[in-house]
Ligand binder design. Structure first.
Ligand code: NAD
Length: 339
């Protein structure tokens, strides 16, 4: 915005604890003088002819600003409605889901050296939704893999590795069994790797990855992993469990050709909503990914340091999910003091 010198970002505050953790982000951005102004977006879904759609002003806001931060959305109960998250993904063509998983000082988990990055193909594979009954008791579910969708997500993985200074891309697959489908994914990666001579390409069978990552996660600290949809869904939660040890601490990014949406991995936490108890860390770390994506790395580093430093500083500064006694607002104040 030339009149204010600030970037405008669409903000979907979300349901349940969404508004509380969103306030924490807004307060911290203000205190840190981040050159971002928010445009609040309402994505309360509309159900038109059995289709879930997002209100037009929200779609326009996100296409105008190209970057959005999103709190958790409660999936409406009742059959036949596509989840709002899936609707957002389809509406904006968000083809890659980026999930870092990192150990956090101050919250002990099995390992303290976890630093994983996984990129999941987010539009096809086992999630194509093509299933049918062949005959009673026999069903078929189609895993669709295309050259184009594979290429755009693998290219993004190479570009991401370059941008964050990781020297290796690991393609996780099962092409020994899914010869054509995963075979295509692997061969696209091999072709693309010629364009990225500075990045080493390794291919790895998913069963080996799972065993390696749970027994020695440190060996993936210089790696960006990329895989088809279902493997990515499962592996990313495994990584989160190994890393921070809690989905409540895990950020993510949904990347499209134009639009990118950054969001916490956890849900709307209805059991603690409105009680000033929620941990805003996952949304804060998502906002840190967003700032890096926007080229505001100094602001990203300052906020990340303050958040992680606050968590490490003692149980009085940690929220209940991390066995601490802080509230959402007292944690936020402690982060602001540390900036
Ligand atoms: P949830 O993540 O909301 O909650 C699981 C547990 O984790 C709860 O005990 C909750 O209190 C705790 N928790 C989650 N976030 C926390 C935080 N920031 N601080 C402290 N504790 C936290 O999962 P759920 O209960 O299965 O789902 C609730 C709703 O959220 C459902 O409507 C679901 O569809 C939706 N959901 C949305 C998203 C999303 O928008 N990306 C993701 C998952 C679930």
């Amino acid at each position: 915005d030339p009149s204010t010198g600030k970037f405008t970002v669409s903000f979907i505050e979300g349901d349940g604890v969404g508004p509380e953790i969103s306030k924490s982000v807004k307060d911290i951005f203000k205190a840190a003088d981040v050159p971002v102004q928010w445009e609040k977006c309402d994505v309360t879904p509309l159900f038109i002819n059995g289709l879930t759609t997002i209100p037009d002003p929200a779609v326009k806001s996100i296409y105008k600003n190209l970057v959005a931060l999103k709190g958790p959305l409660a999936t409406p109960i009742g059959k036949g409605h596509r989840s709002l998250n899936l609707t957002l993904r389809k509406t904006f063509g968000l083809f890659a889901n980026v999930r870092p998983a990192k150990s956090i000082e101050g919250f002990k988990t099995t390992y303290d050296n976890v630093d994983l990055v996984l990129i999941r193909e987010n539009t096809e594979g086992e999630y194509s939704g093509i299933e049918h009954v062949v005959s009673p008791g026999v069903v078929q579910s189609i895993k669709l893999i295309t050259h184009d969708a594979s290429e755009r997500v693998i290219r993004y993985a190479f570009e991401y590795a370059r941008a964050v200074g990781r020297p290796k891309v690991v393609v996780v697959h099962k092409s020994t069994i899914q010869r054509l489908a995963d075979g295509l994914f692997v061969s696209v990666a091999q072709d693309l790797s010629k364009e990225y001579p500075d990045i080493e390409l390794q291919t790895e069978l998913i069963d080996n990855t799972v065993l390696n990552v749970v027994s020695n996660p440190g060996t993936y600290s210089d790696v960006v992993a990329v895989c088809p949809n279902l493997y990515g869904d499962i592996l990313s939660d495994l990584n989160s469990g190994l890393g921070a040890g809690s989905l409540g601490l895990t950020p993510s990014a949904n990347i499209g050709h134009q639009v990118s949406i950054f969001e916490a991995v956890h849900g709307s936490a209805p059991d603690i909503a409105g009680q000033n108890k929620a941990n805003p860390t996952a949304l804060l770390l998502s906002s840190v990914m967003m700032l890096n994506h926007m080229g505001l790395a100094d602001h990203a580093d300052a906020i990340e340091k303050a958040v992680l430093g606050t968590i490490a500083s003692g149980p009085e500064n940690r929220t209940g999910d991390l066995a601490g006694s802080a509230s959402t607002s007292s944690f936020t104040e402690a982060v602001i003091k540390r900036l």
